[in-house]
Design a protein around this ligand. Structure first.
Ligand SMILES: Nc1ncnc2c1ncn2[C@@H]1O[C@H](COP(=O)(O)OP(=O)(O)OP(=O)(O)O)[C@@H](O)[C@H]1O
Ligand SMILES: [Mg+2]
Length: 274
């Protein structure tokens, strides 16, 4: 197996910013989500219903998915359940209904750690770095499941995020917000994931830094790693999205290509500020 996360994984020519024409966005009716047939999306949380512990359901028949070679973006109001849906897909929540499939395999019963072994990388919304550890130690922690030599992967991450090479011996907590997010994404890439899940990778950064982070995320996607991400910068994120999901109160409200959602009057008025 190659130790190169950006090596030949195919999909290099995938046009990740080029949604296919034809379809339009649609409000999602109950039970109206697409089903995950074999050969369906690379990663899908389908019909997910569940909440925290014995508390009330937060997710209601919620479906999110990402295809090979694509970027899928989840948007929606604060408290809509976006992070909860991501945690459910990563196995941090017990589902009362629904399932999660990775490359056709049902992984609903797997622990988060086993999902990492299966090829999932996840950057949570909060507490996604070890602040008192150096940048390099954070990357080393990211490689926790690897028994092979991961120096090459680390060099690739430093090539992707050159500022991290410069700051490799600094405590990650001393870095700027955008740099800390780079550490978090880099840490997740250390396992050479087959799919990357990012919860608000541009939270709290300036518009310029946001653009830079999006460019890096597109670069990762172009190497063949599909990306499922939550974004509060909805308009900008949908511009780079092949597929978009609007979640409201734990349920799918609108689903479509990024382009379709950006063009949808209802979505614009309610979620994109007009
Ligand atoms: N650990 C938890 N325990 C219990 N309830 C939680 C927990 N985390 C979130 N919730 C509740 O689940 C609901 C959805 O929260 P979630 O964090 O998934 O929303 P979100 O769409 O990610 O919001 P934001 O845009 O603010 O990040 C909220 O009502 C929240 O209070
Ligand atoms: Mg959230």
């Amino acid at each position: 197996m190659s130790s190169d996360p950006y090596g030949d994984r195919g999909n290099k020519d995938a046009s990740i910013a080029n949604p296919r024409g034809g379809s339009t966005s649609h409000p999602v009716k109950k039970g109206g989500h697409a089903s995950a047939a074999p050969g369906g999306p690379f990663l899908i949380g389908e019909g997910m219903t569940g909440g925290y512990g014995s508390g009330p359901d937060i997710l209601h028949d919620c479906t999110i998915a990402v295809e090979k070679g694509e970027i899928a973006v989840i948007v929606g109001p604060n408290g809509a359940g976006k992070s909860t849906a991501m945690k459910a897909v990563f196995g941090m929540l017990d589902l009362r209904a629904g399932h999660v499939r990775l490359d056709g395999e049902d992984i609903t019963a797997l622990s988060p750690q086993d999902r990492v072994r299966k090829g999932m990388g996840f950057v949570p919304q909060t507490n996604n770095i070890f602040a008192s550890m150096t940048v390099e130690e954070n990357l080393e922690m990211g490689a926790f499941i690897r028994t092979d030599d991961f120096r090459g992967t680390m060099e690739q991450i430093y090539d992707l995020f050159p500022i991290l090479r410069d700051k490799r011996y600094q405590a990650a907590g001393e870095l700027s917000g955008g740099q800390r997010q780079q550490v978090a994404v880099g840490r997740a890439l250390m396992t050479q994931p087959k799919v990357l899940m990012l919860d608000e990778p541009t939270a709290g950064v300036s518009p310029i830094v946001m653009d830079e982070l999006f460019d890096r995320i597109i670069e990762v996607a172009r190497t063949g790693i599909p990306i499922l991400m939550v974004e509060q910068n909805a308009r900008q994120a949908l511009e780079i999205a092949d597929k978009g999901y609007v979640l409201v109160q734990g349920a799918n409200a609108y689903t479509g290509t990024g382009k379709d959602l950006l063009a949808d009057d209802e979505v614009r008025k309610s979620f994109l500020g007009g």
